[in-house]
Write a protein that binds this ligand. Structure first.
Ligand code: TMP
Length: 217
């Protein structure tokens, strides 16, 4: 496939969505064809699944939650990500398969083997070319998300999880990065937005150059 698939991950409040928007706009200014998307919610079906998943009012069973994220991903991969990759776009996705490993695996406690099988089924084996994990302490993340809730912006069901849950998620992301250092890079997300953006560019620009020259060989 000729395009490039880059995913953005991190615990809630890590600032990854802002960073994704900034990178998308930078790449477009440089003349690249970019698709900015997210999970859950990258397709019309996904938008409806996202509403159901993040509804703060409803108690969602953990197995139902796992399968709904998988359903969102199956639709996303087949309807949007693969076609965009095949037509040579750079796809920037706010979360993907690593989020299921971190949240449903480490966070909720589903066994690794089950998570691996569900992820493989939903993705059809498509993994990102590059994954950026925006890292932040859980304390700072909770400070940021409680500020967001106070300011009345999108308080969702997972924001309400306790610190131990978010710590398990963060630790899982660190393990993913350690296991796949070529694909997965950690970015310190504790600084100012512009500083973090500079870090993103430092990683992504050389990656794209290398990826593109590899693809055209
Ligand atoms: P967002 O706030 O980054 O858009 O993500 C929405 C929430 O969905 C976030 O709390 C993490 C959660 N999530 C999972 O638990 N598993 C998944 O596979 C994905 C994609 C997201």
């Amino acid at each position: 496939m000729a395009g490039a698939f880059i995913t953005f991950e991190g615990i809630d409040g890590s600032g990854k969505s802002t960073q994704l928007r900034m990178l998308a706009s930078e790449l477009r200014q440089r003349g690249q064809q970019v698709v900015a998307t997210r999970e859950p919610g990258g397709t019309p079906l996904g938008t409806r699944l996202r509403e159901a998943l993040l509804d703060a009012q409803e108690q969602v069973d953990p197995l139902a939650e796992l399968l709904l994220y998988a359903a969102d991903r199956a639709q996303h991969v087949r309807a949007l990500v693969r076609p965009a990759l095949e037509s040579d776009h750079i796809i920037l996705s706010d979360r993907y398969a690593d989020a299921t490993v971190a949240y449903q695996g480490a966070g909720r406690g589903f066994p690794d083997q089950l998570i691996a099988e569900v992820v493989a089924l939903a993705t059809g084996g498509l993994m990102p070319d590059l994954t950026l994990i925006f890292d932040l302490t859980v304390d700072e993340s909770l400070r940021r998300t409680s500020r967001r809730v106070r300011d009345d912006q999108q308080a969702d069901r997972l924001d309400a999880e306790d610190a131990a849950f978010h710590q398990r998620v963060r630790d899982a992301y660190m393990r993913i990065a350690a296991a796949e250092p070529e694909r997965v890079k950690i970015i310190d997300a504790s600084g100012a937005v512009e500083e973090t953006h500079a870090e993103v560019l430092k990683l992504v620009m050389p990656f794209l150059e290398k990826h593109r020259s590899g693809v055209s060989l």
